[in-house]
Design a binder for this molecule. Structure first.
Ligand SMILES: *Cc1c(COP(=O)(O)O)cnc(C)c1O
Length: 416
């Protein structure tokens, strides 16, 4: 991976985790990957809130801007704190290179806009995050880039949608909010066969539970806003890919269009990464218990979706490509939208909010919030029903969360 940090800033302690990450376990990479200390030897990552960098002389300015000397020039192009975060993400994901952005959507957009040309074609599952769907369905067509949306679980549909102009597959697995899975191995193999880059939005699984780059995906994107920050503070995004793609396509696109991540937010995200595995594992164990609890609440709860539940239609696939079911639970209330609203309003601890991956648990009614802009017919095809509820499980005690869900279901039972 290209290191823009000058050699003088790198101290031996952390270098090995960055230069030879295979020797280290995930938890060590989360805490030490990419770390570069200044001459002060600070323990924690330094926060460089600076726009520009002074050169010792005109020759240095010439060399840095000409790319013949290492070092920073301007924070839209690169910043030491931001670069520590990018290096840590690359080490964590096992990617050759990483670039960060100010939001997850900037990462999604850049991952495709940096290499797709007018006339190119993208295949994507229908079950997509609303803004990703907007980019593919509304924005790109204005520039002559078209998309075909398929049932992501049906490999025959993927294959049938491919045209000679297909340059990319874009997908999310598990998908929001139904937690439907895409078979990564099969889609990556098809992408290689037809020459389409496979781009995986890995937000729901987080870097802890699923490793698309190791499985052969070309590009992975994250909204770092979700589990990576995980404490409700800032927005951020990353794109991870091979060195050639990042240097030739992504870097010039980001430099000149300018969706740069703030150094302050990069610093928060670095602190988030240090506790990521602890948080995801804890929320996941609560989510598993909550999914099992909700399954016993029939007839009020008509269906529960959680990737590792034996009743989940793709639970074998979940076991094969994920190391756990994740932090999100999706369930359906038999009484439809009215029941969903009574239930949400009766919750006392869990907040009604449309974010996810936070330490505070949140509940969402996708039909009237995250997926409201989608036509009823398309929503039905995605499997989003009137009574569907999405729960992002946080770090509160699972006992307290379960009690809150139980008391809200009791309110619903009395009213229903
Ligand atoms: C939130 C989210 C995004 C967008 O990220 P922002 O940081 O909000 O821009 C993209 N994809 C998925 C799956 C998400 O959940």
């Amino acid at each position: 991976m290209t290191l823009r940090l000058p050699d003088a800033a790198d101290r031996a302690t952390a270098l090995k985790v960055t230069s030879d990450p295979d020797q280290f376990q995930l938890e060590t990479k989360l805490v030490r990957g990419g770390h570069a200390r200044s001459h002060h030897g600070e323990m924690t990552e330094a926060l460089y809130m600076t726009q520009a960098y002074a050169y010792d002389n005109a020759e240095m300015a010439d060399g840095r801007l000409g790319g013949t000397m290492p070092g920073f020039t301007y924070s839209r192009y690169g910043n030491p704190t931001v670069e520590i975060f990018e290096r840590r993400m690359a080490v964590l994901e096992g990617a050759e290179a990483c670039f960060s952005t100010g939001t997850g959507m900037a990462a999604v957009f850049a991952s495709m806009a940096c290499f797709l040309d007018s006339g190119d074609h993208v295949v994507a599952p229908r079950a997509l995050f609303g803004s990703c769907f907007y980019v593919l369905n509304t924005l790109f067509p204005r520039w002559g880039i078209t998309a075909t949306f398929v049932d992501g679980t049906d490999m025959n549909e993927w294959r049938r949608a491919v045209t000679p102009k297909t340059k990319a597959f874009f997908l999310e697995t598990p998908a929001n909010p139904t937690l439907e899975l895409v078979d990564l191995k099969a889609v990556i193999a098809l992408g290689k066969e037809v020459g389409a880059k496979v781009i995986v939005d890995n937000v729901f699984a987080s870097p802890i539970l699923q490793k698309p780059i190791a499985m052969g995906a070309d590009i992975v994107v994250y909204s770092a806003t979700k589990h990576i920050d995980g404490q409700g503070r800032c927005l951020g995004g990353v794109v991870l890919a091979d060195e050639k793609f990042c240097t030739e396509k992504l870097q010039p696109f980001l430099r000149h269009t300018g969706p740069a991540l703030s150094p302050f937010n990069a610093w928060l995200l670095l602190k988030g990464l240090e506790t990521l595995s602890l948080r995801v594992e804890r929320a996941q164990s609560s989510a598993t218990a909550i999914a099992e609890f909700l399954e016993k609440q029939q007839p009020l709860v008509s269906r529960v979706r959680y990737p590792t539940l034996p009743s989940f239609p793709q639970h074998n696939l979940a076991k094969a490509q994920m190391s756990g079911g994740g932090t999100m639970v999706c369930f359906e209330l038999a009484g439809g939208k009215e029941a969903a609203f009574i239930f949400e309003n009766a919750l006392e601890l869990i907040d009604i909010a449309n974010n996810l991956g936070d330490s505070k648990s949140m509940i969402t009614h996708p039909m009237t919030t995250t997926h409201r802009a989608i036509a009823e017919e398309d929503r039905a095809k995605m499997g989003i029903t009137q009574g569907m509820i999405r729960l992002s499980v946080g770090l509160e005690s699972a006992v307290d969360l379960q009690r809150d869900l139980a008391q809200a279901l009791a309110v619903l039972g009395k009213r229903g």
